[in-house]
Ligand binder design. Structure first.
Ligand code: C2E
Ligand code: CA
Ligand code: CA
Ligand code: CA
Length: 278
């Protein structure tokens, strides 16, 4: 029994070592990902429930590593945050996506652009300047830019966060709370945040058609948003049943595989023109 314990311990520490080795390897590869052109953005359409038209896209980061192959954001974003590599990467994402949105506009496509902003970026004193500089440099209409902040990144220092959000709103861009409902936001803070969009987390959308409490939660989020003059976006819509219920409860916009997966930028004009009509 004693030996077993030792073995278990050895296995456990090997497991730990392997995972920390993997993390170091990943961070190392990520350090060079930008200069090696391994990062790219995919874009997922956002659809209006009113008329079924595509009104915008969300930029989603992709990493195709020479060394490690395709690495999903759920694996590398947390490491990018810990190592603060998310600072240059996040800036690259914002600049690249804004340039793309302007290029689409010049081709006659009028799309809102949502970009994910990490809690680490939000806490940096440079975020406002960076966003302002990129708006000026790219010429994006700031009203067409939406910054998605996760609920969990807002709860930490709500007074400080409120001031940052107000300055971002001063630049005229929109602010969305991403993954709404899974975090810890107190409704009293929500009232003070100058937020324009609530994104209903996929976990509530998932069981919408057979779980009556998820439906009640989704309905409450929509009602709350309406009362606070915000719009709602549901994410992760995969089934027509979910879509129907979201329409019934008055959710404004939807994203999900049912409508479109995230795709490389070249595919967007064709998809938008097909769906919205010339
Ligand atoms: P998120 O912002 O909540 O993005 C939605 C995720 O759900 C995306 O995963 C998207 O591909 C996926 N998705 C969309 N529709 C469906 C659906 O119908 N069903 C299912 N099962 N999934 C769907 P992705 O691209 O793997 O990104 C994961 C997370 O990584 C994002 O979650 C976001 O938190 C983070 N992320 C991605 N790109 C960036 C970025 O540029 N910056 C930062 N800071 N975070 C990013
Ligand atoms: Ca998002
Ligand atoms: Ca989300
Ligand atoms: Ca999410």
């Amino acid at each position: 029994a004693k030996d077993e314990g030792k073995n278990t311990f050895r296995m456990f520490s090997e497991e730990l070592n392997r995972s920390s080795h993997e993390r170091i390897q990943l961070v190392h590869a990520l350090q060079h990902a930008m200069e090696k052109n391994e990062l790219s953005l995919h874009y997922q359409p956002k659809i209006s429930n009113g008329d079924g038209r595509i009104i915008g896209v969300e930029a989603l980061l992709r990493w195709n590593s020479e060394e490690l192959g395709a690495v999903t954001p759920d694996r590398f974003i947390p490491l990018a945050e810990e190592s603060r590599l998310i600072m240059p990467i996040g800036e690259w994402v914002l600049r690249t996506a804004c340039r793309q949105q302007v290029a689409w506009r010049e081709q006659g496509l009028d799309l809102c652009l949502a970009v994910n902003i990490s809690a680490v970026q939000l806490k940096s004193p440079h975020l406002i300047e960076t966003v302002q500089a990129i708006i000026e440099e790219t010429g994006i209409v700031p009203e067409q830019l939406e910054l998605e902040l996760t609920e969990s990144s807002l709860v930490d220092k709500p007074e400080e966060v409120t001031r940052i959000l107000e300055r971002l709103r001063g630049l005229k861009c929109n602010i969305a709370i991403d993954d709404f409902g899974v975090g810890y936001s107190s409704l009293s803070y929500l009232k003070n945040f100058p937020v324009t969009v609530l994104k209903i987390d996929r976990s509530f959308v998932k069981d919408l058609s057979h779980n009556s409490s998820d439906r009640a939660i989704a309905q409450s989020v929509v009602d709350l948003a309406n009362n606070l003059n915000m719009v709602t976006v549901a994410e992760g819509v995969e089934h027509p049943d979910q879509q129907r219920i979201l329409e019934e409860i008055g959710c404004s916009y939807v994203q999900g595989y049912l409508h479109c997966r995230p795709v490389p930028p070249e595919q967007i004009p064709g998809i938008v023109r097909e769906r919205n009509g010339a």
